[in-house]
Design a protein around this ligand. Structure first.
Ligand SMILES: NC(=O)c1ccc[n+]([C@@H]2O[C@H](COP(=O)([O-])OP(=O)(O)OC[C@H]3O[C@@H](n4cnc5c(N)ncnc54)[C@H](OP(=O)(O)O)[C@@H]3O)[C@@H](O)[C@H]2O)c1
Length: 326
C-alpha cells in the first residue's frame, strides 16, 4: 500500500507532523490520562492529515477510560482518546478528491484519536466546516447532533402531534433531540435538573420537568416516544409512561431489550456516520436555525478533569477542548 501523498494533492516535502496527544496509559481515573508528544503517520490512499483545532468531550470518554467498553473498543495502550473534532487539512493522500489542503473540516471519527494536534483520518468521514462556525462550535456538533437525529428518526411512526419525552435533555445529545422532536411536530416533554430548566425551555421543550423535584407519574400511558439518554433507574421508570404502540429508544443502555417488560417496545441505538446529514445540520447551526450549546471551552491539558466532569455533572451542552489554547 502506498502511503505517500501525490505531489499534486499535497506537499511531500513536509516534515512529519509532531504534536501533543492526550493518551490513556492504563484503565482508571483521570490520572490515567497524560499529555504525550507523538509523531503522526503520513496519510495513505484515501486518507487526510488534519491539524486539529478543537475536540469535544463525550460520555464515552470516561467509560473507555475506566475500561467499561474494553470489549467493544479493543485499544492498545497508550491510546489517544476523543471521538470528534474540527480542524484544517494539512495534506491529502492519493485518491482524495473531497477535500484539499487548507480546507476547514469536522468529523465524528467512528473510533478514538481526536485529542491530539495531528490526526490521519479517512477522507470520506470529513465534512467541510461552514464559514459561519468556529472550530470550537464545529467540534461540538458531530456526535451529539447525529446521535439525536438518529434517535428521533428511530420512531417507526409519524411524530407530528405525538408526545415525546426526552430524559437527559440538558446534555449534548438532549439539546439537539429536543429541537429535532419539535421540528418533527411533536409535543416535547423533557427532564433536566433545576439549574438547566430554563436552558431546555429555551430550546423549545413544551414542558420541562425537574427530575430532582418532580415525578413523571402524571404522564403514565401517554408518551409515544421515550428518548432515554440516561439509562439505569431512569430508563426503568419510563416503561409505564408509554402509550399503546409507544417506543422507548435508549442510547445509554445496550441491554434495553432485555429490560423491556412484556408488551413494551424498546430499542438501543448507536450513532451511525452520515456525512450528508452532518453537513446539513452544521449548516443549520451556522444559519442559527438549530442551536448548539457549548458548556465550557478548555485546553488540551484540562481534558482529564473535564472528562471527569462529564461523568459527575456539567453545565448544559458540550465541553470542548480548544487545542489552540496553550
Ligand atoms: N449510543 C451512542 O451512540 C451514544 C452516542 C452519544 C452519547 N451516548 C451516551 O448517551 C448519554 C448522553 O450523552 P450526552 O453526550 O448527551 O451526555 P451529557 O452531555 O453528559 O448529558 C447527560 C445529561 O443527563 C442529565 N441527567 C443526569 N441524570 C439525570 C436524570 N436522573 N434524569 C434526567 N437527566 C439526567 C444531565 O443533565 P442535568 O445537568 O440536568 O442533571 C446531563 O446534562 C451518555 O451516557 C453517552 O455516553 C451514546
Amino acid at each position: 500500500m502506498n502511503h505517500s501523498p501525490t505531489p499534486d494533492r499535497g506537499n511531500t516535502n513536509e516534515q512529519q507532523a509532531k504534536g501533543r496527544a492526550l493518551r490513556l496509559h492504563a484503565y482508571g481515573g483521570p490520572e490515567a490520562l497524560k499529555v504525550d508528544h507523538v509523531s503522526s503517520p503520513e496519510p495513505g490512499p484515501g486518507e487526510v492529515l488534519v491539524s486539529i483545532k478543537a475536540a469535544a468531550v463525550n460520555g464515552i470518554d470516561w467509560k473507555i477510560r475506566e475500561g467499561h467498553l474494553r470489549e467493544r473498543f479493543k485499544l492498545t495502550l497508550p491510546a489517544t482518546l476523543g471521538i470528534e473534532m474540527a480542524g484544517v487539512v494539512i495534506r491529502t493522500g492519493y485518491d482524495v478528491t473531497n477535500v484539499k489542503p487548507g480546507d476547514r473540516v469536522m468529523a465524528a471519527l467512528g473510533g478514538v484519536g481526536a485529542y491530539t494536534d495531528f490526526l490521519v483520518i479517512d477522507a470520506e468521514k470529513l465534512v467541510l466546516t461552514p464559514a459561519g462556525l468556529s472550530d470550537v462550535q464545529a467540534a461540538a456538533i458531530p456526535v451529539a447532533a447525529m446521535t439525536a437525529w438518529h434517535v428521533i428518526q428511530a420512531a417507526d411512526f409519524d411524530l407530528s402531534g405525538k408526545r415525546v419525552l426526552i430524559q437527559g435533555a440538558a446534555g449534548g445529545v438532549g439539546g439537539f433531540a429536543v429541537q429535532f422532536a419539535k421540528m418533527a411536530g411533536a409535543t416535547v416533554y423533557a427532564t433536566a435538573s433545576t439549574t438547566s430548566l430554563q436552558h431546555v425551555r429555551a430550546l423549545g421543550a413544551d414542558d420541562v420537568i425537574d427530575y430532582r423535584q418532580q415525578t413523571l407519574e402524571n404522564l403514565a400511558d401517554q408518551i409515544d416516544l421515550v428518548v432515554d439518554l440516561v439509562g439505569g433507574v431512569v430508563l426503568d421508570q419510563c416503561w409505564d409512561l408509554l402509550a399503546p404502540g409507544g417506543l422507548l429508544v435508549s442510547i445509554a443502555a445496550p441491554d434495553v431489550i432485555a429490560r423491556a417488560p412484556l408488551g413494551r417496545r424498546g430499542v438501543f441505538l448507536s450513532n451511525k456516520p452520515d456525512t450528508a446529514r452532518l453537513a446539513s445540520i452544521a449548516q443549520q447551526v451556522a444559519a442559527g436555525t438549530l442551536r448548539s450549546t457549548i458548556a465550557e471551552v478548555i485546553s488540551l491539558g484540562d481534558l482529564p478533569l473535564a472528562i471527569e466532569r462529564n461523568r459527575t455533572g456539567h453545565p448544559p451542552g458540550k465541553i470542548v477542548a480548544d487545542l489552540t489554547l496553550k
